[in-house]
Design a protein around this ligand. Structure first.
Ligand SMILES: [Fe+2]
Length: 205
């Protein structure tokens, strides 16, 4: 399904809330970032070691504990920065000196792979999606396969979520592959085109 052979991607299901942690990076250099590393940190470390991967950074789609609980200790362990939206509530952000607060449009290269940070508020004020090589989108709790995240938690906004789904994610290429933050759907990845057909949160309003 991946078109870019240089892209390294591993989707790991972790914890008791069906979360996904992703390893994402460059096949040629083995450099990766950890997206939403949470729950079973030993499992993540073991997998990283087994595949001889080089962790360069941690990226958080948002600060909820089920996505961010591994960030503090893994950042310390691998001596890497953690990227989180500057708009995220401070009480959702991990602590420590290695936090890098970023804005919409920020880009990060891992080896030759480009990751663009896209601000998609609604689930939390600082929810972000990560667009990789213009073809894969890591959506955290903003968009699930055939669902979307809650907007009734602290800092959530239904209006913002609808805007993010329809006018930010909805404007991306139909070929974009959607990689959600939880395994809540009937599949683990889908195209935006399919989701526009089957996910009622993306239907025209
Ligand atoms: Fe969340």
């Amino acid at each position: 399904m991946l078109k870019n052979k240089n892209l390294f991607l591993k989707q790991l299901e972790v914890g008791e809330m069906d979360n996904f942690t992703y390893f994402l990076g460059d096949n040629n250099t083995s450099e990766i970032v950890l997206v939403d590393p949470a729950w079973d940190q030993e499992k993540l470390k073991k997998e990283i070691k087994k595949q001889s991967l080089i962790v360069k950074a941690i990226l958080l789609t948002h600060g909820h504990f089920d996505h961010a609980m591994g960030a503090d200790s893994l950042a310390l362990y691998f001596k890497v920065p953690t990227y989180v939206s500057k708009n995220e509530f401070s009480f959702y952000k991990p602590k420590g000196e290695s936090i890098v607060e970023v804005d919409d449009g920020y880009t990060l290269n891992v080896g030759a792979i480009q990751i663009k940070f896209i601000s998609t508020p609604g689930h939390t004020p600082g929810s972000m999606c990560f667009l990789v090589e213009n073809s894969l989108l890591f959506t955290g709790d903003t968009l699930f396969i055939d669902g979307c995240g809650r907007h009734d938690l602290p800092g959530g906004s239904a209006t913002d979520l609808v805007h993010s789904l329809h006018h930010i994610i909805g404007n991306l290429s139909d070929d974009t592959l959607i990689y959600p933050g939880h395994n809540y759907g009937s599949k683990k990845v889908d195209t935006l085109k399919n989701q526009k057909n089957t996910n009622h949160h993306l239907q025209p309003r």
